[in-house]
Design a protein around this ligand. Structure first.
Ligand code: ADP
Ligand code: MG
Length: 359
């Protein structure tokens, strides 16, 4: 369309016949006949392949609106997230961005206002109250930020780990063997006979990971498990999460605002304003000198409707607001600030919009 062969959005292009044809084709393909492409908006017909089919955790267009005293707070606004079995994923984001809301939904404590969520093949919206109890007891485990919320104060570390297995009806021998194994894997084997008050904060959180893992859940959710700990202690807790992930094969989703987390987990997903906005993927490679090095690469998330959230510093640096211009190049898309309209310029219709289409 322009001389370099790319396509532009935001430059004056007068509609031509060819553009009209494209417009009408698109309109007739819209299932509701009103010119909206519902598939592009994230809606699907029932028989289509599900978004994230086969993923261990699927969040599909999750919305959670809290209503309090007539005020609505949109905590999640169409969040998409896929986690594969066996992944260790961190969720980061500013306070109030919706991280705990997401974890509460995935752990079966809360239900979304709209959208779909499933964990280990179980649909979180279709569960009965009884299913939910079983789900919380057998399919998922939790570690909370407040160390005191994770462990019973009058039981030893070993007794705390054994308790969920007792409730699930496991034999005494089975319990004893598993308690020993878990505490060893998590590096707190020497703490078995101590009560929480006799453990450091980091030790308590590592025992809490053992409790969460006791009944061999599919997934562990941890909401800021190192929020009350200093940096070096946090590292030990992350090491324990990695050990649980690697040696016990459990999928882990951990919410944190520890900025160093990206180097400790497979993938870091950033949430902004109730949506996933960027991801950092960690990979190890061998450098030219033969050393193993960890490379963390950041990506913006493109959702199924084609939306990308620009980082706030990018928006500020170019003073982008409301509208931007786009240009499709052979291997990338360029983005510019909206041009100030020249005084007296004749307004030009964007390509492909006639009176009806613009309505
Ligand atoms: N029970 C609730 N009632 C009303 N608003 C809530 C409730 N829980 C959370 N919120 C609001 O939802 C938004 C997201 O909160 P939350 O998920 O706790 O964020 P984060 O864990 O990232 O700090 C915030 O604006 C918060 O004030
Ligand atoms: Mg929170």
């Amino acid at each position: 369309m322009n001389q370099r062969g790319g396509r532009r959005i935001g430059v004056p292009v007068v509609a031509r016949r060819g553009d009209e044809r494209r417009t009408s084709e698109k309109r007739s393909a819209a299932p509701n006949g009103r010119g909206f492409d519902l598939a592009a908006l994230g809606y699907r017909a029932k028989d289509q392949t599900r978004f994230g089919a086969g993923a261990h955790i699927v969040c599909d267009n999750l919305v959670r609106i809290y209503k309090a005293e007539g005020i609505e707070v949109v905590a999640l606004q169409g969040l998409d997230l896929l986690v594969e079995q066996g992944e260790l994923v961190a969720i980061v984001g500013a306070s109030g961005s919706g991280k705990s809301t997401l974890l509460n939904i995935l752990s079966g404590l809360d239900v979304p206002t709209a959208g779909l969520a499933s964990v280990a093949g179980q649909d979180l919206l279709a569960m009965s109250a009884a299913d939910r109890v079983t789900y919380r007891r057998e399919v998922v485990g939790f570690v909370w930020q407040e160390t005191a919320r994770n462990l019973l104060p009058y039981l030893t570390a070993a007794e705390n780990v054994a308790l969920p297995m007792t409730i699930a009806g496991r034999s005494k021998n089975e319990r004893r063997a598993r308690v020993g194994e878990l505490l060893d894997v998590l590096g707190v084997g020497s703490c078995a006979d101590r009560k929480p008050a006799e453990l450091s904060g980091g030790e308590q959180q590592r025992v809490a990971i053992a409790v969460a893992t006791a009944n061999a859940p599919e997934v562990i959710f941890a909401d800021e498990p190192t929020g009350e700990l200093d940096t070096s202690t946090s590292e030990l807790v992350f090491e324990a999460l990695r050990a649980a992930n690697r040696e016990l094969g459990v999928t882990i989703v951990v919410v944190t605002h520890d900025p160093l987390v990206a180097t400790q987990v497979d993938r870091t997903v950033a949430i902004r304003d109730g949506r996933t906005s960027s991801e950092v993927v960690r990979r190890t490679s061998i450098s030219e000198h033969g050393h193993e090095e960890v490379i963390a690469e950041e990506y913006a998330v493109l959702d199924r409707a084609g939306r990308v959230q620009l980082p706030r510093d990018f928006v500020d640096a170019l003073e982008l607001s409301r509208r931007v211009r786009l240009e499709l190049e052979p291997d990338h898309v360029g983005l510019w600030p909206d041009q100030q309209p020249r005084a007296g310029a004749v307004p030009t219709r964007p390509a492909g919009l006639d009176d009806e289409g613009a309505a």
